[in-house]
Ligand binder design. Structure first.
Ligand code: PLP
Length: 385
């Protein structure tokens, strides 16, 4: 019997993390200091991209992409219904029309065949951006997405809030890290506590294009620049110019210090998550529990371990009586009252809706002990049998 609550996800904070934050607190800069650039350099090196902009959260990262791509009223953006509402909202804020594309029944990611059908049904250039989500840590086929983007003329923004450290293999056998932006325009990450890297609140966007990077950096701080090459004049050392309407999406130095320290453990976290996933896979083999799909050439980041079961609500309620706080992720976004006002309704995304009826994310975080996991497995099996 496990006598303490087991959550579905949890942060892991070490003494080194605490010391790093304390050091930042005692330093000259609480924000806009050197730790932010250091976190950006380290993150770019790990993800394999040219630029990273560290931000206040993952939603800000997505919203910044919309701003840098000049998305606004009348533009159409395609995303998936199986995500946190932030993905759609970030593009809805500037009044873009959000179009949902149903998911693949195996991976639960945006179905690229269905995406192609949507694209084919309208003239090229109808959609300004496509924003798939590497749901649960499973990377989308970015190579195919890039081919579609080149044919139909849209920008690719990957919501990889679940997937730092994931990778996929292209048709030539080359491995690409999620976040490298080898095929995408932007990749977005979140450092919310349940994620692989926890900074309390925090996020990042990675990219390779210098112009988009300049724009992203501009929007991070009120649309303000001090770069003489971008200014219309220069009155002196104090002088800056506001070139466009921007935001304050900055991360603090305390958060960056925590992020640098946490990033050092990303590979350990991924390895431990893979171990936990393999134990679940093995335990549920041959039972009524449907386990996550494993694609070829994929490194799954396992932010979540989502099963599909009958009588999901009963299992969710039963597990809670056993101290197991499994979670339902996600309620399809197109069925949120806000999005229903645009005409979205039940039946529009049949695969996503079927997924939602049966999904349950079991506890998955690197410090989950074997004993705790065995308890979860025992109780799930007790229920399904
Ligand atoms: C898929 C996805 N996109 C976007 C976000 C938003 O990130 P944040 O909470 O850091 O704003 C999250 C985090 O909850 C997420 O899971």
């Amino acid at each position: 019997m496990i006598d303490h609550p087991i959550p579905y996800g949890h942060q892991y904070i070490t003494d080194e993390d605490v010391e790093a934050v304390v050091e930042a607190l005692r330093s000259e800069n609480l924000t806009q200091g050197p730790r932010i650039a250091e976190f950006e350099r380290e993150f770019s090196a790990r993800m394999g991209c040219r630029y990273t902009s560290m931000l206040s959260n993952g939603t800000a990262a997505l919203r910044l992409c919309a701003a840098a791509l000049d998305i606004g009223e009348g533009d159409k953006v395609i995303t998936t219904p199986i995500t946190f509402v932030a993905t759609a909202n970030a593009f809805r804020f500037p009044n873009a029309e959000i179009v949902f594309c149903d998911i693949d029944p195996r991976t639960y990611l945006m179905d690229l065949d269905k995406l192609e059908e949507i694209l084919k049904a309208s003239p090229k250039g109808t959609y300004k951006a496509v924003v798939p989500v590497d749901f649960a840590g499973y990377p989308i086929d970015e190579e195919r997405l890039r081919a579609l983007a080149d044919e139909y003329g849209f920008s690719v923004v990957i919501d990889a809030c679940h997937a730092p450290g994931a990778s996929f293999t292209d048709s030539k056998g080359k491995v690409h890290k999620v976040g490298s932006c080898d095929y995408s325009d932007f990749t977005c990450f979140s450092f919310h506590p349940v994620k692989h890297i926890a900074t309390g609140e925090g996020g990042a966007v990675t990219l390779n294009d210098p112009d988009l990077y300049r724009r992203a950096m501009l929007y991070r701080t009120h649309g303000i620049t001090k770069d003489p090459a971008m200014m219309t004049r220069n009155d002196g050392g104090w002088y800056y110019e506001m070139l466009d309407l921007g935001f304050n999406y900055r991360i603090t130095d305390m958060q960056a210090a925590l992020g640098i320290s946490q990033l050092k453990r990303l590979d350990w976290s991924l390895a431990r998550r893979a171990e936990i996933a393999a134990r679940y896979d093995e335990a549920f083999k041959g039972t009524a529990v449907r386990t996550p799909w494993r694609g070829e050439g994929i490194v799954h980041a396992f932010h979540l371990y989502v099963i599909q079961v009958e009588r999901r609500k009963e299992l969710y309620d039963f597990l809670r009586t056993q101290n197991i706080f499994a979670q339902v992720l996600y309620i399809p976004v197109h069925l949120m009252p806000y999005y229903r006002q645009f005409g979205w309704k039940e039946g529009d995304m049949p695969v996503a809706e079927e997924y939602y009826r049966h999904c349950l994310a079991l506890p998955m975080f690197p410090t989950l002990t074997d004993e705790e996991q065995d308890w979860v497995i025992e109780k799930v099996l007790e229920f399904v049998r």
